[in-house]
Design a binder for this molecule. Structure first.
Ligand code: HEM
Length: 403
């Protein structure tokens, strides 16, 4: 039989996810080995004020996908799809023994626990025209401005519906996406799909901020759920507009290619100057340890700025952007070696905020071309999605928009 632990796993953001009431107890007897880890049994509830997959630490495996409604699929068809998707995800994320609707089950995730599976759903701007819901289109879903340095591929950008899948097991993550794709048949088809990864829980001696594919510790100065203004910055308030977005958030998705061969030509000291933090431990170049507040005005003995004028953390900081802030929750990606012999690798950057105009947009305007790091990056795809609040008991995601 399956063995599931009951102990919770503490993620990098300090959130506790546990086996939950339905989890079976692992008993270590001679013929029943104790489960090796609690990774499989860790469970993130599907229902709640906010959708899952925003504040929880990013999982080891991620899939981002956009779907376009098929010609003729109207508001009713979209509502039925969101109902099928939500019911499937409710089962697949259940504590203890997850379930999959029989019609879509491929048994790929058999034998595994929910493994912190989260599935997050969003609506792109085109969804509202397709379904005749333009009266409910949020102002915050205005198209992102053109950033001069962008090199975007339209086919891998935007889309009517967006799905973010995350799990700490690759089979569980694949299974969830495959089930969603099968459940969409007849109503929507995949427009684009991207696969990402992060460090596996348990791979480090203690919970640590993850590293990206440039080797930097990435995520240190993210807003924290314990910050007094966290909810205000990340989520649409209950009194917000439109009312169906209460408890929701806006996701900016960017596929950012890292020009790793060029980057690797820099010495470690040069790489640190570009970001403004030490590579080894993430400490700011203004001194201290990883968590020490950055001193942007600190001057070195030779009268140079400790954090360079074009350093990434200087230009991206809320202090340089009238307080603009977002929650960055990214996956790394590696899609093999390109025809030019360099890795097609980088960041599936997902930024969460209550309004992109007070989050991503002003910061990217500042970074674009001017940021020392931007010489080593290429923004290749982009999307902006309205992610409604979480479903209540028996509800489906987006019900307040679609019913
Ligand atoms: C900070 C890397 C793109 C916004 C950082 C840090 C690193 C980093 C290493 C310092 C540690 C931390 O506080 O997390 C990267 C890489 C990128 C990228 C490799 C692209 C592949 C972006 C983009 C934005 C952004 C596109 C927003 C438009 C920020 C912000 C901070 C930050 C707001 C925190 C600044 C502070 O308050 O100290 N990034 N970043 N980053 N980054 Fe990025």
């Amino acid at each position: 039989r399956r063995l599931l632990g009951t102990a919770g796993a503490v993620g990098a953001a300090g959130l506790v996810v546990g086996g939950g009431a339905g989890a079976a107890v692992a008993v270590g007897t001679r013929d029943e080995p104790t489960a090796l880890t609690t990774v499989g049994s860790a469970h993130v509830p599907f229902e709640g004020a906010h959708q899952a997959g925003i504040v929880e630490p990013a999982q080891a495996c991620g899939h981002l996908a956009a779907f376009d409604l098929k010609a003729g699929a109207d508001r009713k068809a979209a509502a039925a799809l969101l109902r099928r998707w939500s019911d499937a995800v409710r089962g697949m994320t259940a504590a203890g023994r997850p379930t999959t609707p029989a019609a879509y089950d491929d048994q790929v995730a058999d034998d595994a626990g929910p493994s912190s599976l989260t599935v997050t759903f969003g609506f792109g701007r085109s969804f509202f025209t397709r379904t005749g819901l333009t009266a409910k289109l949020p102002t915050a879903l205005a198209p992102l401005p053109d950033f001069p340095a962008d090199q975007l591929d339209a086919k891998r950008s935007n889309g009517d519906l967006w799905v973010q899948v995350g799990a700490d097991d690759a089979l569980v993550a694949f299974h969830a996406l495959r089930v969603l794709q099968k459940a969409a048949a007849g109503s929507a088809t995949v427009r684009w799909q991207m696969n990402g990864f992060n460090r596996t829980p348990g791979a480090t001696d203690r919970p640590r901020t993850a590293r990206n594919l440039m080797g930097q510790i990435d995520g240190t100065n993210n807003p924290k759920p314990s910050d007094a203004d966290f909810d205000k910055r990340i989520f649409v308030p209950a009194s917000g507009s439109p009312d169906w977005m209460a408890g929701g958030s806006y996701a900016v998705v960017r596929r950012i290619r890292m020009l790793l061969d060029t980057w690797d030509h820099l010495s470690v000291a040069e790489q640190e100057r570009v970001v403004g933090r030490r590579k080894s431990d993430g400490a700011p170049l203004s001194g201290g340890v990883e968590t020490t507040p950055v001193q942007l005005d600190k001057i070195n003995p030779d009268r140079s700025l400790a954090i360079a004028g074009d350093a990434h953390i200087r230009l991206a900081a809320p202090a340089s952007n009238s307080g603009a802030a977002m929650l960055r929750r990214a996956f790394s990606y590696h899609d093999g070696i390109g025809t030019d012999g360099t890795p097609d690798a980088g960041l599936l950057f997902v930024a969460w905020q209550a309004d992109p105009m007070t989050g991503f947009v002003p910061v990217q305007r500042k970074l674009d071309g001017a940021d020392g790091l931007s010489r080593f990056l290429r923004h290749e795809a982009s999307g902006l999605f309205a992610v409604p609040g979480g479903a209540g008991k028996g509800e489906y995601v987006g019900q307040r928009l679609l019913e």
